[in-house]
Design a binder for this molecule. Sequence first.
Ligand SMILES: [Zn+2]
Length: 86
Amino acid sequence: MTAGRVAPSLLLCRSCRQFVWPEEKVCSHCQSDLAKAERDYLSALDMARAAAERLEAALNADHLPQPDRQTGARAAMGQRASGSFS
Ligand SMILES: [Zn+2]
């Protein structure tokens, strides 16, 4: 098992992507404000998620009736065939 290889209590600095201790307020690697970096990260994530949802909604709403070429061709051939018989 991989338990113990990475302490589960470690957090990821959103600024430099290094692991930091949860009690740290300032990243020991890049000295950025961890809470602010987390907020910025989450708001960016929210924006990305909202954009993805809007895109998905737009795609789902855009069910344009696809012209059925096969049926259309068959209907045209049928018409032509019946026309040639008469
Ligand atoms: Zn950092």
